[in-house]
Write a protein that binds this ligand. Sequence first.
Ligand SMILES: Cc1cc2nc3c(=O)[nH]c(=O)nc-3n(C[C@H](O)[C@H](O)[C@H](O)COP(=O)(O)OP(=O)(O)OC[C@H]3O[C@@H](n4cnc5c(N)ncnc54)[C@H](O)[C@@H]3O)c2cc1C
Length: 451
Amino acid sequence: MKKNEISILGSGLIGSLLSIYLRKRDLNVTVYEKRADNRNQEYKEEGRSINMALSDRGWKALEKAGLKDKVLPLTIPMYGRKIHNEHGDTSFIPYGKEGQAIYSISRGRFNQLLINEAEKVGVKINFEHRIEDIDLRFNELTVSSPGNLLEKISSEVIIGSDGAYSSLRNAMLKQVRFNYKQQYISHGYKELSIPPTESGDFAMDPNALHIWPRGSFMLIALPNPDKSFTCTLFLPFEGGRVSFENIRDEKDLKGIFKTYFDDAYQLMPQLADQYFTNPTSALIDIECYPWMLNKALLIGDASHAMVPFYGQGMNCGFEDCYILDNLIEKLGTTAWELVFAKFQKIRKPDTDAISQLAMENFEEMKEQVADPKFIIRKKIEAKLHQLFPKDWIPLYTMVTFSDMPYSEAYALGKLQEKIMDRVMADPLITENWDKMDYEDIIDQLDKAKAV
Ligand SMILES: Cc1cc2nc3c(=O)[nH]c(=O)nc-3n(C[C@H](O)[C@H](O)[C@H](O)COP(=O)(O)OP(=O)(O)OC[C@H]3O[C@@H](n4cnc5c(N)ncnc54)[C@H](O)[C@@H]3O)c2cc1C
């Protein structure tokens, strides 16, 4: 039987980056990917090309692998949210301090780049090889390849980066004392797009993440280097006037877009085609534990798939790779069980925290960003941060522009939220927000931290 040193399941964003880290530690790395190699084609995974927002944690992991400069040319910086109201008026809320940005990048192109880099350093990638079964007693994979040949492969180490529907996690599910929880949210998503203008320019400001928040649903758009925007429509699957179930034909679609997203609608000549061709996808949150069994480990979405509303799923998965690699650096390439045990212990509270925040941010994106008071709240927090940069760091900044453990950001964010709720309860806040006693707010936070 063939024997691998390290088998990585899935060559998605996380598996590809991890394979580079491990290969650079002189390990023999073999990747199994169920999809075909699409590097020679224009990337398009039928209506699911979806852009990603890459932020500090992701960049840090890419930099450690020596990839930052190669990825940068594929990205477009977005310095804030551009909120579109129902009349087409917009307001801009910066994400952080001047110059701080999150970066739009096409998932497909990014994945292609990482796969190329993995091959360059000597990772062996087997496309069209699906993991059918795993015998965890012997770390033995059953892999199918074109022609339906089934092959058994034993492996010293198995790492499952095969996403939310992981085959390794399925094998672990059969073990006693393996905890598992999954939740589909009420909403799904569909990809749409806004093409460049006739003169070949961006149809809207390219340096912002555009949001059309409408209470129980929303549309977002992220820029692409070819001057188009990739849009994602988030709607409830069923119920209400506006849901996937209730858009049955072009007339329904046009009615809803003209009512709620008219400025975007004017820029979407292929809306109906795309809407009725592209799939509607579900959104899932998955928690499980433990992430390891002997020399097998789950990583990325396979261990903690989260809803996409904090833009952190990939960034968090990249941070997983960074932390795992640090442990390998410290403990060596033979102490796998010790490395995996430490990894899951360090990482689990943090991935729980970001998954929870992602769920909570869903509400914020749909509802609060449309509320004028939300904008004031953000302005107050930005001013606090400007006046007392070490004492008050907005939660979004801690998550997106720092590498503070997510669990610490979460705890501090909750204290700040309570104080901000009190500040915002002042009926005259809209008029007075700029003239408040900001030092007193910091005192309140210090007292709350001391409890
Ligand atoms: C709409 C949406 C928007 C998002 N936006 C952002 C964002 O802005 N920022 C961000 O940080 N994150 C974002 N995310 C989250 C991000 O997409 C994921 O966290 C990230 O892709 C996880 O990568 P992964 O490699 O763990 O899993 P995946 O990307 O799912 O890759 C898994 C790979 O494993 C392969 N595979 C699966 N099963 C098998 C098998 N049995 N055998 C062999 N191969 C297999 C798959 O083909 C795939 O290539 C978003 C997610 C969604 C749904």
